[in-house]
Each structure stands twice: as structure tokens, then as C-alpha cells.
Design a protein around this ligand. Structure first.
Ligand code: HEM
Ligand code: HEM
Length: 206
């Protein structure tokens, strides 16, 4: 298995970062909306604690992913992609990176500003700032609004990948998927997208 990317395809490390972070983020969005609706209870406390740990984990993984992205070559877009599709994909990827950093960072800043501890599965993380209710409130607003925009961007991103797979019939999606899963991944991803959007709507919109 090739670790590095080349001009045609993603290597195993880029795939590992992509799918691990994607799964964590989808889970964190749903758990985040679920836990804020709970009454105070031990379950709520546990979910907050796990939410923070997995959120901090995402931040470290995204840091490593960016370093790897800077070091490793990026596969080129397919020649059949229109100019607007390339531009839209680029803008969406940039926004996804902004949100992948902005979500955990705003969560961490919100907790620090509120005087709450942050740990990575028991390993204490430093407070990023001192207690500050004003900043805490701002970060809480950002952390509450960004998931809606992020979900819209993820939906657009996944629909784009599925369009290239089912309509353009090129390898855009396949080159991000490990070889043995290439044939079963696309229908599973359609299911994941629909399932995620349904739960998201139930928890966050209604
Ligand atoms: C990619 C990472 C993250 C995602 C996608 C995410 C997502 C969410 C979502 C969707 C909510 C519900 C928002 C609402 O309805 O107000 C939420 C709440 C929350 N998140 Fe995160 N989160 C992430 C990382 C973090 C981190 C790193 C921390 C802290 C270290 C954190 C702390 C919190 C807290 C304390 C709440 C509850 C806020 C409240 O009670 O009003 N999150 N998160
Ligand atoms: C679960 C469904 C998802 C599918 C089917 C999917 C599919 C893909 C595909 C096919 C590519 C390669 C595009 C190309 O080569 O032009 C890609 C790249 C990318 N995806 Fe996703 N993705 C998903 C979820 C996510 C999520 C949740 C995020 C982040 C929040 C994300 C962030 C990115 C980024 C930033 C890239 C650009 C390449 C890189 O920097 O690694 N994806 N995705």
C-alpha cells in the first residue's frame, strides 16, 4: 500500500486522515446537538467530556493532516471536470479546513473562557485563555452556528463526490477509498449521507 499521494491518487495516510476525521466530525455534530438538549445528568456529563476529548483529538489530527498535505503531492482534478466544478471544490475544501479548525478551537476557547477543564481522554489540556464570560459567549455562538454551515458544506462536498462517481463515472471518489472497498463504498456513502441528514434535521432543526 502506497503511503504517499501521487498526481493520480491519494495514498494511505491521506485516506486515513480523511475518513477518520470525517467520521469523528459527523459523530461530534450529532452528539453535540443531542447532548445540549439533555437535562443535567451523569449521561450528559459523560457526553460533554467525550465530546471535548474527541473534539480535541480532531484538532490534533487536522494539524497533522495539514502538515502531511503541505509535504505530500496533491492529486490533480480530472480533466473532464468543468472550471466551475474545480473552483467550487476548491472553495468547499478551504471552508472544510476552516471549519475543521474553527469548530474544535471555538469549543476549546469556550470551555477555557467559561473556566471548565478540557482533557484528551484524561490527559489534561492547557486552558487557552483565562476566564472571560464575553469571549465565552462569543465562542458559544460560533460553536452553535458553524455546524449548520459545515453540514451544508459537507452535503455539497459529498453530493459532488457522488455526482462524479455516478454521473461522470470518473475515479474522483474511488481514489479516496481503499482498494478492497471501492465497489461497496459509494452506495454505503449515499446511505450515510441520507441517514446523517435525517438525524441532523431531527436533532438540530426540529
Ligand atoms: C470538530 C470538532 C467539534 C464539532 C463538530 C462540535 C460540534 C458541536 C455541536 C454541533 C454542538 C451543539 C451546538 C449547539 O446546539 O449549541 C456542540 C456543543 C458543544 N461543544 Fe462541540 N464540537 C467540536 C469540538 C469541541 C471541542 C474541542 C470542545 C471543547 C474542548 C467542545 C465543547 C462543546 C461544548 C461545551 C458544547 C455545549 C455548549 C452548550 O452547552 O451550549 N466541542 N459541539
Ligand atoms: C462522508 C462522506 C464524504 C465523502 C463521500 C467524501 C469524499 C471525498 C472525496 C472523493 C475527496 C477527493 C476529492 C478529489 O480528489 O477531488 C475528498 C476530499 C476531501 N474531503 Fe471529503 N468526503 C466526505 C466527508 C468529508 C468530511 C466530513 C470532511 C471534513 C469536514 C471532508 C473534507 C475533505 C477535504 C478537505 C478534502 C480535500 C483533500 C484533502 O485535503 O484531504 N470530507 N472527499
Amino acid at each position: 500500500m502506497m503511503i504517499n499521494n501521487d498526481k493520480d491518487t491519494y495514498g494511505s495516510l491521506a485516506k486515513f486522515f480523511h475518513w477518520t476525521i470525517a467520521a469523528l466530525i459527523l459523530g461530534l455534530i450529532l452528539v453535540g446537538f443531542y447532548m445540549v438538549g439533555l437535562e443535567r445528568s451523569p449521561l450528559r456529563g459523560d457526553l460533554y467530556s467525550y465530546h471535548k476529548s474527541f473534539g480535541v483529538l480532531v484538532l490534533w489530527l487536522v494539524g497533522l493532516r495539514i502538515l502531511w498535505r503541505l509535504y505530500s503531492q496533491q492529486p490533480e482534478p480530472h480533466e473532464n471536470h468543468q472550471k466551475w466544478e474545480r473552483l467550487l471544490a476548491k472553495v468547499t475544501h478551504i471552508f472544510l479546513y476552516v471549519a475543521m479548525i474553527g469548530m474544535p478551537l471555538s469549543g476549546w476557547l469556550m470551555s477555557s473562557a467559561g473556566g471548565y477543564p478540557v482533557s484528551l481522554f484524561g490527559l489534561e489540556m492547557p486552558s487557552l485563555i483565562g476566564k472571560n464570560p464575553e469571549i465565552g459567549k462569543r465562542m458559544n455562538q460560533i460553536h452553535g452556528i458553524l455546524p449548520y454551515i459545515l453540514t451544508g458544506a459537507i452535503a455539497l462536498h459529498v453530493i459532488g463526490a457522488l455526482k462524479h462517481h455516478y454521473m461522470d463515472r470518473d475515479s474522483t471518489l474511488k481514489r479516496m477509498v481503499a482498494f478492497p472497498l471501492r465497489n461497496i463504498a459509494p452506495p454505503i456513502l449515499v446511505f450515510v449521507l441520507v441517514f446523517f441528514l435525517m438525524i441532523f434535521a431531527a436533532l438540530a432543526v426540529f
